[in-house]
Design a protein around this ligand. Structure first.
Ligand SMILES: [Ca+2]
Ligand SMILES: [Ca+2]
Length: 241
C-alpha cells in the first residue's frame, strides 16, 4: 500500500469515528404536537411545574412497562447550570442519557447548547421486572463533583424532593408518557433555590408507575416483537413525523 492510500484510509476512519461520537446511537424525535403539549407546561422560567390535567406519580416507583422500548425525549430546560441526566435499572450503576442538558432553543439558551428540543434516545428494552431511577448531576457537564439529585429525597444532599413525575395519556397513539421534571438548585427557597422544577424536563415512553402485573420472559418478548414489528415500525414513523 502506498503512503497516500494509507493516509486516506486513516482519514476516512477518523471521519467515521468523529461522526459516531457526535451522532447519538438511536436518535429519535417526539411528535411535534406532543412536544408542544409538554412544553406548554414548562415554558415560563421560575414557575413551579404544576398542572391538574396531569396525574402526579411517585417518581420512586417507575418501572419498565414490560413491552415497549424505553424512549427518552428532551422537552426543555430553564437552568443556567449545564446538567447531566442519568438512569439506573434495578439499583445498578448509573448510565448517562444526556451529557449536557442545554440547547440553543431552550428557556435559558446557550450559544453552544447540545440538544434539540423534542429529540431523544432510546434506552431499549430490559429483561424481566425492571425499576428505573432517573437522576441528575447538577452542572455536571462543567463540574465533575456537582450534587447528585434523584427520586428519593432521603438520598439527596439537602434531603429535599428534586424530581416530579406526571402521567400523560396520548390519545392519538394510545400511549402513556411520563413527564419528569428536576430542580437542580440545592436547598429551600429560603436558602436561595427557586424550586421551579424546570431545570431538566423530559418525557419517557415505555414506563409506568408500579411494576406491571406480568412481564414476559425475553424469549416470549422476542416473539412478540417479531409479530408486532409492523405496528412498531408504523408507530415509530408517526412518532418521527
Ligand atoms: Ca429553572
Ligand atoms: Ca430551578
Amino acid at each position: 500500500m502506498n503512503r497516500a492510500f494509507v493516509a486516506s484510509l486513516v482519514a476516512a476512519s477518523a471521519a467515521s469515528v468523529c461522526l459516531a461520537a457526535t451522532e447519538p446511537a438511536h436518535a429519535i424525535t417526539l411528535r411535534q404536537d406532543l412536544w408542544s403539549t409538554f412544553n406548554s407546561k414548562v415554558n415560563v422560567e421560575g414557575n413551579f411545574l404544576n398542572d391538574s390535567a396531569l396525574t402526579l406519580l411517585n417518581p420512586q416507583s417507575l418501572f419498565w412497562n414490560g413491552v415497549d422500548p424505553v424512549d427518552v425525549f428532551f422537552i426543555n430546560e430553564g437552568a443556567s447550570y449545564r446538567n447531566q441526566l442519568f438512569y439506573s435499572a434495578n439499583g445498578g450503576s448509573s448510565t448517562l442519557i444526556f451529557n449536557d442538558v442545554s440547547s440553543t432553543q431552550s428557556i435559558l439558551p446557550e450559544k453552544d447548547g447540545a440538544l434539540t428540543l423534542g429529540t431523544g434516545v432510546s434506552l431499549g428494552s430490559f429483561s424481566g421486572p425492571t425499576q428505573l431511577d432517573f437522576m441528575i448531576k447538577a452542572n455536571g457537564f462543567k463540574n465533575a463533583s456537582g450534587h447528585i439529585y434523584g427520586a428519593n429525597p432521603a438520598n439527596n444532599p439537602d434531603r429535599l424532593e428534586h424530581l416530579l413525575a406526571f402521567e400523560y395519556f396520548d390519545t392519538v397513539e394510545q400511549q402513556k408518557y411520563v413527564l419528569l421534571a428536576f430542580e437542580d438548585l440545592f436547598g429551600t427557597q429560603q436558602q436561595g433555590s427557586d424550586r421551579d422544577f424546570n431545570d431538566v424536563v423530559f418525557v419517557v415512553r415505555g414506563i409506568q408507575e408500579g411494576a406491571p402485573s406480568a412481564v414476559p420472559e425475553p424469549s416470549v418478548l422476542l416473539g412478540m416483537l417479531v409479530v408486532g414489528g409492523g405496528a412498531l415500525t408504523l408507530r415509530r414513523r408517526v412518532a418521527a413525523s
